[in-house]
Design a binder for this molecule. Structure first.
Ligand code: ATP
Length: 213
């Protein structure tokens, strides 16, 4: 494929997993093609944006035909490294951490939480959904350099200290579920998911910008 992946804008790249999941479902139900309006309805992204996004993938929809599902899937698999399993670790096996370990991203067969860390002696040495929980002080011992992504579900007040340790271990991506804003070196990417803020923001929008029927 001659598409230069570097040229995909970040906003488009963020939508890739969404498209990928939907197309995988379509493909397993035997669909060979899909129109941008069908996609738009399913993933709630307007069809002009979808057409623009897909043009970056070298996928040009044909009028009256739509997009070839298999072509897109092959592209997404390659771009999202779906042929390779990404190993992930989780730090902080509290309520949210436990829920994420049980969830274990099974809908996405190429991302797996392989190991978890905590400081609570009652949790260390146990397993949740088959994922072993180790003592955080043994982080370096257990983390090999093929685990470079971490999910952070520790209390907010310890988040920065833990993030510093993760960076030292060679982690280059952190999915931060804590409300803390983290400071990390420029070559470390942080994606922040603050569930409380998201919920408050939804409620604010419902109150102030009600959708019309
Ligand atoms: P729980 O009720 O199990 O304590 P919680 O989500 O309410 O869950 P938190 O206080 O948010 O609890 O802590 C989340 C998890 O992070 C707990 O399992 C706690 O033991 C763990 N934890 C606390 N400090 C650290 C740390 N410095 N490093 C790693 N894990 C930590």
């Amino acid at each position: 494929m001659s598409v230069d992946e570097q040229k995909i804008p970040q906003a488009t790249a963020k939508r890739l997993p969404l498209y990928y999941r939907f197309l995988k479902n379509l493909s397993s139900s035997g669909k060979l093609r899909v129109s941008s309006s069908e996609l738009s309805e399913a993933v709630k992204v307007d069809s002009a944006t979808i057409r623009r996004d897909f043009s970056y993938f070298g996928a040009l929809g044909k009028k009256g035909y739509g997009y070839n599902v298999n072509y897109l899937l092959t592209f997404f698999r390659k771009t999202l490294d779906q042929d390779e399993v990404t190993k992930v670790m989780l730090i902080g096996v509290g309520n949210l951490g436990t829920a994420l370990l049980n969830y274990n991203f099974l809908k996405n067969d190429n991302t797996r939480v392989e190991l978890a860390f905590d400081v609570d002696p009652n949790k260390i040495g146990t397993k949740i959904s088959g994922v072993p929980i180790y003592d955080l002080k043994d982080l370096k011992k257990h983390v090999t350099n093929d685990v470079s992504v971490a999910i952070l579900t520790v209390p907010a007040q310890t988040a920065q200290t833990v993030a510093d340790e993760l960076v030292e271990t060679g982690v280059n991506g952190i999915l931060n579920f804590t409300p803390a804003r983290l400071t990390v070196p420029d070559d470390v990417r942080i994606h922040h998911i603050d569930l409380a803020v998201e919920l408050q923001s939804l409620i604010y929008f419902l109150k102030n910008y009600p959708l019309e029927k």
